[in-house]
Design a protein around this ligand. Structure first.
Ligand code: AMP
Ligand code: MG
Length: 402
């Protein structure tokens, strides 16, 4: 039975779950997904400290033009042990240095005459001025980094500020990619008559590494059982396996046959989508196995719509779909099938909102339309057209043109 797009995607997502966590060093954490919440092990700042280069004082002494005796100096990195601000005195202090006993305000150097032995104040002072109080940023025990958070540079600053050297993040899945077909040769190899360059392996690998998973290009299997068996058994070692070509109606169907003989339990073959309709999905134990059609545009759309959300789920992401927007259609968009139709479109920002138009010939054999597109318009199976001026749902591939 051919699955609808949503049925197919739900079956896939029901069989995708986050991999286990691993410990990863600070320097390699960006964009990784936290496997375990991180609680603040200490207050931040750890102690009351000065926000400015200036003078630690008692605010009550600090009427305008007050003169205070400078009794000590606390540079950054020093302790304030044994240092005390007595009434009528000031302690010279640098930004970040701990605030000494008796001090209840800091006077920035630019609000004084900068005196070394006595200092004259040019502004009135309030209690608490320019002190960064212990725990005022983050209190010990607070959870700022919940499980599932995708780590950004600021998060990594926080982990480092806690003096952690590593964090537990979800393991990156390995994704084996197998191209199949007697007609294929690797890029750069001599092209005999009737041969076609294996370009799918590289776009799939790029799409896999773009989201932070680990592609493993297995090369090309010929359309014969022995060649397929060997390569498929290598591919089944990865966390997720993608084969391209050899699953369309006209093919001898060897890919699905050998996958099945190799222990892959097929959950569906064929989805009511265009492009990407002949896609098959199965499980090797609990590992997802996808067979996408060989046509480059079809393989890329099948990855986008069916594989990418599964892979992101395995990586622990909660946001597994592309950001979606609605845009006004310029020129009609047609769905000549009774399937969910993915149309490659160009989306632009205009004074009256987002406008989308076809990025060119929508024939699945046309790669250049995919290159020009920055979005995919989704026409439901029961909608034959969206007329100019009407709204359409669009998945954004890479932002919106200005
Ligand atoms: P198939 O899915 O086997 O019917 O292939 C459909 C079309 O995609 C054919 O024109 C193939 O030559 C082409 N094709 C198959 N595999 C690849 C590949 N790895 N890279 C580029 N084109 C391919
Ligand atoms: Mg083929």
């Amino acid at each position: 039975m051919v699955k609808s797009f949503i049925e197919a995607r739900n079956i896939i997502l029901n069989h995708a779950s986050p991999l286990e966590s691993e410990s990863v060093d600070l320097a390699r954490l960006v964009r990784r997904v936290l496997g375990k919440a991180v609680c603040a092990p200490v207050d931040l700042p750890r102690w009351d400290n000065s926000e400015m280069d200036g003078f630690a004082v008692q605010a009550a002494d600090c009427q305008l033009l007050a003169q205070l005796k400078v009794t000590d100096y606390i540079p950054a990195g020093a302790t304030a042990d044994g240092v005390k601000v007595e009434p009528g005195t000031a302690v010279r202090i640098m930004t970040g240095a701990p605030v000494p006993t008796g001090c209840d305000a800091i006077v920035p150097i630019e609000n004084t005459d900068g005196g070394r032995t006595t200092v004259t104040l040019h502004q009135a002072v309030q209690r608490g001025d320019f002190i960064r109080f212990r725990g005022s940023d983050i209190a010990k025990g607070e959870i700022l980094l919940p499980a599932g958070k995708v780590l950004r540079p600021a998060d990594i600053n926080l982990l480092a500020a806690f003096s952690l050297t590593a964090a537990q993040v979800i393991r990156r899945p390995t994704v084996a990619i197998l191209s199949t077909g007697d007609e294929l040769v690797a890029p750069g190899e001599p092209l005999g008559a009737g041969k076609i360059v294996d370009s799918n392996a590289y776009s799939l690998a790029a799409a896999v590494s773009e989201i932070g998973a680990i592609p493993q290009i297995l090369g090309i299997a010929q359309d014969d059982r022995e060649s397929l068996r060997k390569k498929i058994s290598a591919g089944l070692k990865a966390d997720l396996f993608i084969t391209s070509a050899g699953v369309s109606a006209g093919d001898r169907d060897l890919v699905r046959e050998i996958l099945e003989q190799s222990g892959v339990h097929q959950l569906f073959w064929k989805v009511a989508i265009k492009p990407g309709g002949p896609t098959a999905f199965g499980l090797n134990g609990d590992k997802p196995v996808f067979s996408v059609p060989g046509n480059p545009v079809s393989s890329m759309i099948a990855f986008e719509e069916l594989i990418r959300p599964a892979l992101l789920t395995m990586m622990g992401h909660k946001e597994v779909f592309r950001p979606q927007v609605t845009a006004r259609v310029k020129g009609d968009l047609r769905n000549e099938t009774n399937k969910t139709r993915f149309l490659r479109v160009k989306v632009k920002k205009t004074a009256d909102g987002l406008v989308a138009e076809s990025a060119g010939d929508q024939n699945t054999g046309i790669l250049s339309t995919m290159i020009r597109a920055n979005g995919i318009a989704i026409l439901p199976a029961d909608q034959t057209e969206i007329a100019a001026g009407e709204q359409v749902d669009i998945q954004l591939l890479n932002g919106v043109d200005q």
